[in-house]
Design a protein around this ligand. Structure first.
Ligand code: 13P
Length: 244
């Protein structure tokens, strides 16, 4: 159960917030909990969660470990500070920062090389869904993002299915709609790798996950977790989601 905070919360707000979450989540062992603050807050958050069962992730990481890349942070730098996860290919990066499957693939390789885990996001727009192109779009994204990724790497990768039309709109995919795409993703993994890997890989759903719909979504056989935006910014809603 992961929270993607996007560009919300100052450093102080982030640190105060995770201290409250830590109190709420003490003793939870049967599910993995991840928060992904803005890069600037990560050192403070990691420090506040030193003895916690809450993991920390970043919202992106570069394909190189260092270099002349203004405005970027590398996976080796994140690794050094103590994070575990990196979100890659979020639709907002694709939409506003010209992120491509090819770049996501390069970033994914570097994240894995640094011993971090990746949450790779895929998802169709409303026009693509209405045009009947959902599966084609997901297939293209997966093919590009997973180019050259070996079977042994899959244990370090989580896939997040986030239909763009459901993000921040309050309009979630129905549990059945989401599950259908999760099944498609699993079949794609089975075809490229094998059945065991397809069964084992974690696939999260993201897009207007709330306390009110999390139970139905998580009740679907192929939904293994949630990547939460807006509802991850408040203690009450995020803790209700994590402990659905
Ligand atoms: P919302 O939960 O705000 O719809 O955002 C989902 C998301 O983009 C998580 O990465």
């Amino acid at each position: 159960m992961a929270g993607n905070w996007k560009m919300y919360k100052t450093v102080k707000e982030s640190v105060d917030f995770v201290k409250q979450l830590d109190e709420k989540f003490k003793g939870i062992q049967d599910r993995e909990i991840v928060v992904c603050p803005v890069s600037l807050s990560i050192p403070g958050v990691v420090d506040a969660l030193r003895f916690s069962n809450i993991q920390v992730g970043s919202q992106d990481a570069h394909w190189e470990n260092e270099g002349a890349y203004t405005g970027n942070v590398s996976p080796s730098m994140f690794k050094d500070i103590g994070i575990k996860y990196v979100i890659l290919g979020h639709s907002e990066k694709r939409q506003y920062d010209a992120e491509t499957d090819q770049r996501i693939n390069r970033k994914l390789k570097n994240v894995l090389k640094n011993g971090l885990r990746a949450i790779v996001c895929v998802g169709e727009t409303l026009a693509e869904r209405e045009g009947g192109r959902t599966e084609k779009v997901i297939e293209t994204q997966l093919t590009g993002c997973f180019e050259g990724i070996g079977l042994g790497d899959l244990t370090e990768i989580v896939i997040a299915y986030e239909p763009v039309w459901a993000i921040g709109t309050g309009k979630n995919a129905t549990p059945e709609q989401a599950n259908e795409v999760h099944v498609f993703i699993r079949k794609w993994i089975e075809a490229k790798y094998n059945q065991e890997a397809a069964g084992a890989i974690r696939i999260q759903y993201g897009g207007s996950v709330k306390p009110e719909n999390v139970k139905q979504l998580m009740g679907q056989p192929d939904i293994d977790g949630a990547l939460v935006g807006g509802a991850a910014l408040k203690v009450d809603s995020f803790s209700a989601i994590v402990q659905f």
